[in-house]
Write a protein that binds this ligand. Structure first.
Ligand code: PEP
Ligand code: MN
Length: 338
């Protein structure tokens, strides 16, 4: 349930409404906007009577939300969430961010060369997996923390931020110094214990959609993180499993405007995992920006054919340069910049 306070509501009136909600047995999350305060009641709200709260002084209206995600719902922050990072980088504003790098961090030269090219082309985040969720236990599993150290050095040398996947709770703390954004992979979208723990962390989380997850399930998973107090969640459409076999996954471009409508959280398009094919990455990246994505996540590697993981979907450096030029044109055509 959302309680929207009147523009001129006093602190005493707001406190009285919070007290009444707490007394009714629900948790209250407060958002103070430029002109209005919004109170989101979370928990057992089904037996609350909205009219009772509507009559409290200073209340403009009370809205019962039927959707089960309250903190992630658009109504909680109608103006949209902007996630802020070091270096003044923001995700969720006018500027479309680009996160690029190899699927896996492999060695010093690979990650340093990639960082230089990502920066030169206008990217803001260096991506690279150190803990890899591979379908086969015999496939390369990632370099772990030494890999993250390398990626941090490469990113710092070029003024980039870093994003990398966290697969389990025990990795959260050791990863913390080396990354700016925790990635929760498709396979862990419903690892609720991991999500709850990330709710306690004071660092943004990139939450990828599971291969068989509905948009509502994605938003409910983000709710787990936000319910812990970490509101800096960025969602990611990375393709879902369908009956189509022409691509590795089916990139659900429509998820982007749907999420924008249902939620205030920023959304990223990942056309690399979304298609699994190098030749399809650029068209789907362009489509994602045109559809309103706040950032693009792509895999790129100095020797893409020999990448230790996801080689088939990894862009050559020259393809990445070309894509960045194209995305600039698309972004400006839809009133954004890159
Ligand atoms: C990745 O980003 O390399 C990755 C494994 O992503 P996903 O969880 O979307 O498969
Ligand atoms: Mn990958």
């Amino acid at each position: 349930m959302i309680v929207a306070m009147q523009e001129k509501a006093t602190e005493d009136q707001i406190d009285a409404v919070i007290d009444a909600l707490v007394e009714a047995g629900v948790n209250v999350h407060r958002t103070t906007g430029a002109s209005q305060t919004i109170l989101a009641a979370v928990g057992q709200t089904s037996n609350l009577d909205p009219h009772k709260f509507e009559l409290l002084s200073g209340v403009l209206y009370v809205h019962r939300i039927s959707s089960p995600y309250k903190l992630a719902g658009r109504g909680f922050r109608p103006e949209g969430t902007v996630v802020e990072f070091r270096n003044g980088v923001k995700i969720g504003n006018q500027r479309v961010a680009v996160m690029a790098g190899p699927c896996s961090i492999e060695n010093h030269d690979q990650i340093f060369e990639t960082a230089a090219r990502v920066k030169a082309a206008g990217g803001t985040f260096l991506r690279g997996g150190a803990f890899k969720p591979r379908s086969s236990p015999y496939a390369f599993q990632g370099m772990g923390i030494p890999g993250l150290k390398l990626m941090r050095e490469a990113a710092d040398a070029h003024g980039l931020l870093t994003v990398s996947e966290v697969m389990e709770i025990s990795q959260i703390e050791p990863m913390f110094p080396y990354i700016d954004l925790y990635q929760v992979g498709a396979r862990n979208m419903q690892n609720f214990n991991l999500l709850r723990e990330l709710g306690q962390v004071r660092k943004p989380v990139l939450l990828k959609r599971g291969i068989a997850a509905t948009i509502e399930e994605l938003l409910l998973s983000s709710e787990y993180i936000m319910a812990g107090g970490n509101y800096n969640v960025i969602l990611c459409e990375r393709g879902i499993r369908t009956y189509e076999t022409a691509t590795r996954n089916t990139m659900d471009i429509s998820a982007i405007p749907i999420v924008k409508k249902l939620s205030h959280l920023p959304i990223v398009g990942d056309p690399s995992h979304g298609t699994g094919r190098r030749d399809m990455v650029a068209p789907m990246a362009r489509a994602a920006v045109a559809a309103g994505a706040d950032a693009i996540l792509v895999e790129v590697h100095p020797n893409a054919d020999k990448a230790a993981s996801d080689a088939a979907q990894t862009l050559y450096l020259e393809q990445f340069d070309q894509l960045m030029c194209e995305l600039r044109v698309i972004a400006s055509a839809v009133g954004r910049e890159l």
